[in-house]
Write a protein that binds this ligand. Structure first.
Ligand SMILES: Cc1cc2nc3c(=O)[nH]c(=O)nc-3n(C[C@H](O)[C@H](O)[C@H](O)COP(=O)(O)OP(=O)(O)OC[C@H]3O[C@@H](n4cnc5c(N)ncnc54)[C@H](O)[C@@H]3O)c2cc1C
Ligand code: FES
Length: 287
């Protein structure tokens, strides 16, 4: 039975800084009582304030960036009570942080002919900053990737939902920004932007795809990747209760013939949040 990762635990954290991002988000920087060595990109923490302003159940957030001095940054879009309470934090406020949780992105080699294409929708960009940093640096035995072997396709309904776009562009890899209303970059959605880049010859129709964002967007991205013969992975943002495999609140339908076997559900918190798309039933994924 899957269990929480051995390095996970619950501890207090202190808010170092909160700065606005996009039209409805913040970047929250925390100092943990027990900082971690470099974490794998795509892992997450369950966070709540250590007072009555947060709901009792903590909420899951991907690690956005890990500073060299140990500070952890989270990119948070305000959705409801839990995210509002975190966005309203001030420096010095105390939080409860449970983590690091989840598996993180797979370590994949990339080349200009077989690039690693990352496709983010809105706040789904959060787990990609470290993914790009890791690919450029080369981690866990992978060779450092040339910047031209990576590409981030980053879409939102409008410019205000392209959180911290400048921080992604500053990484030095190709970033294709796109918006549904044309307020920034390519006028259209991420799939249209990707197809246009393939047609222009800016990207080979080859390589591997990582995606995170709203479920319908991920379904369309996975269908496009599969149609192009490109293996793909998704990072799912299911609702979560415990984050550690106990409550069964994060069920993800699996593919009977896939690598996870015949059990009909995986748990997003301990089996994911990253899944190879052949392992899960993307058509049935909805939150
Ligand atoms: C592994 C993982 C990583 C995540 N990383 C991030 C991140 O880096 N940044 C970030 O901003 N968010 C992230 N999320 C989503 C975040 O956890 C939710 O937005 C948050 O739990 C909402 O809590 P709330 O109390 O503010 O909203 P609630 O009051 O619980 O809900 C408010 C509204 O938002 C909707 N909602 C709540 N959760 C989700 C969800 N997961 N997907 C779609 N709609 C939802 C509800 O249906 C409701 O309409 C992540 C989720 C998971 C599972
Ligand atoms: S959130 Fe409780 S089992 Fe996954």
């Amino acid at each position: 039975m899957p269990a929480p990762p051995p390095d996970a635990g619950s501890q207090r954290a202190t808010v170092r800084e909160v700065r606005p991002s996009g039209s409805d988000g913040v970047v929250l920087t925390l100092d943990l009582e027990q900082p971690f060595e470099r974490l794998r990109a795509g892992r997450f923490f369950m966070l709540r304030r250590d007072d009555a302003l947060s709901p009792a159940i903590p909420r899951p957030f991907s690690v956005f960036r890990q500073r060299e001095d140990g500070g952890l940054e989270f990119l948070i879009k305000v959705m409801g009570a839990g995210t509002r309470a975190l966005a309203d934090c001030r420096a010095g406020d105390r939080l409860v942080a449970v983590g690091p949780l989840g598996n993180g992105w797979p370590v994949l080699e990339a080349s200009p002919a077989e690039p690693l294409v990352m496709v983010a929708g809105g706040i789904g960009s959060a787990p990609f900053h470290m993914a790009i940093e890791d690919a450029l640096a080369g981690v866990d035995g992978a060779a450092p990737a040339d910047p031209s072997a990576l590409c981030l396709v980053y879409g939102g309904r409008h410019e205000g939902l392209l959180y911290d776009l400048a921080e992604f562009e500053a990484l030095g890899v190709p970033v294709i920004a796109c918006t549904d209303d044309g307020s920034r970059g390519f006028h259209g959605n991420v799939v249209q932007a990707l197809e246009a880049a393939w047609e222009r010859g800016d990207l080979p129709r080859a390589g591997r795809v990582l995606t995170c964002g709203p479920d319908p967007m991920m379904r369309a991205v996975v269908a496009t990747a599969t149609g192009a013969g490109m293996p793909s992975w998704v990072s799912l943002e299911t609702y979560m209760g415990c984050g550690v495999g106990i409550c069964n609140g994060c069920a993800v339908p699996t593919c009977e013939e896939g690598p996870m076997g015949s059990w009909p559900f995986a748990k997003c918190c301990v089996d994911g949040p990253v899944f190879a798309t052949e392992a899960i039933d993307m058509a049935a994924v909805q939150h």
